[in-house]
Design a protein around this ligand. Structure first.
Ligand SMILES: Cc1cc2nc3c(=O)[nH]c(=O)nc-3n(C[C@H](O)[C@H](O)[C@H](O)COP(=O)(O)O)c2cc1C
Length: 304
């Protein structure tokens, strides 16, 4: 058999393979570029970027839990101008699409960011983070279909770039939110962001995180993420999905594609093994060859 085809399409973005990085688990690529070749990835998704620099929450901001981690980083970043002048030129050295994850306090913030990044040519696609559980009002847009529709419609007006809406698992039913984003013109949705949780130190009688609550990620959340990807794909079969939540290896990634994802993102696994996403790229290719699948797109939603 010839080499299996691994190219997938999300909006106008062509990915050489379906493996992306999970926002916030890869920084802005400069450290990761020391240990691996970024151009092997389908796309690089950078940490949430806001209009003004943000310092994030107080420490401790990360705690290990069984099968995962809780984080309350609080969207620390150096702001969009710093991204445009410093981070983007670095990433542009690599032959890999750059997806910039945006975060704001208001519709106006998101519109400003989308417009600024588009005009500056600093992104190939925009991931609209409406689902951060670790900051005040971070999930407001993601729990209300009307607000999601309004936000994505306004962003859509100012950019021709591929728009990906990042959804929250902290809702009773994710489908109406995905549908609202699709109606507003998003090219894809990504899910899941982290699940709101907490951890307590019994001996000290204190919360383990300074922020008290944080977002749960890693293998512990995988069954929930997989179920949500499947539900959205069933309801909206033509809407591309970037699936994430506990993907540790190539088999996990393939399971997400079978559930309905067109691409996947690798997050917490990178903290355990900085080479995880590259190994998942290789592992998917090997799996396709082993099971004589000629095109990775055949897997999308193929679960029976
Ligand atoms: C330390 C940490 C920081 C994160 N920061 C962001 C962020 O800035 N923006 C965002 O949209 N998601 C952020 N996420 C969520 C991840 O991108 C991903 O949606 C989630 O962790 C589930 O995938 P995983 O289980 O593979 O990590 C963060 C996750 C972690 C663990």
């Amino acid at each position: 058999m010839n080499r299996p085809k691994t190219t997938v399409k999300i909006g106008s973005l062509i990915l050489r393979n379906p493996v992306m990085t999970g926002s916030g688990t890869f920084g802005f690529g400069s450290v990761m570029a020391l240990v691996r070749d970024l151009s092997r990835l389908g796309a690089v998704v950078v940490k949430s970027t806001s209009r003004e620099p943000r310092l994030g929450n107080d420490t401790p901001r990360i705690v290990e839990t069984p099968g995962g981690i809780l984080n309350a980083i609080g969207l620390q970043n150096a702001g969009v101008e710093n991204f445009i002048t410093e981070k983007a030129p670095f990433l542009r050295q690599f032959d890999v699409p750059i997806v910039v994850n945006l975060v704001g306090y208001s519709v106006e913030d998101y519109v400003f960011l989308a417009d600024r990044l588009t005009q500056a040519g600093a992104a190939d696609a925009l991931e609209i983070n409406i689902s951060c559980p670790n900051v005040k009002h971070g999930c407001d847009f993601a729990v209300d279909p009307k607000l999601t529709f309004e936000l994505i419609s306004e962003v859509r007006k100012v950019t021709p770039l591929t728009v990906i809406t990042k959804l929250s698992p902290n809702v009773a039913n994710v489908v109406p939110i995905a549908a609202a984003a699709a109606d507003a013109g998003t090219n894809a949705v990504s899910l899941i962001n982290t699940l709101l949780g907490t951890a307590i130190d019994a001996k000290k009688r204190r919360f383990k995180l300074a922020n008290r609550t944080g977002g749960l990620s890693g293998p512990a959340v995988k069954p929930i993420a997989l179920r949500m990807v499947w539900q959205v794909h069933q309801a909206l079969p033509t809407l591309p999905i970037i699936g994430m939540g506990g993907i540790m290896n190539a088999i996990d990634a393939i399971e997400f594609m079978l559930a309905g994802a067109t691409a996947v993102a690798v997050g917490t696994a990178t903290f355990v093994n900085p080479l995880a996403s590259i190994q998942i790229v290789d592992g998917i290719e090997k799996w396709l060859a082993d099971y004589v699948v000629s095109d990775v797109n055949e897997l999308i939603g193929a679960v029976e």
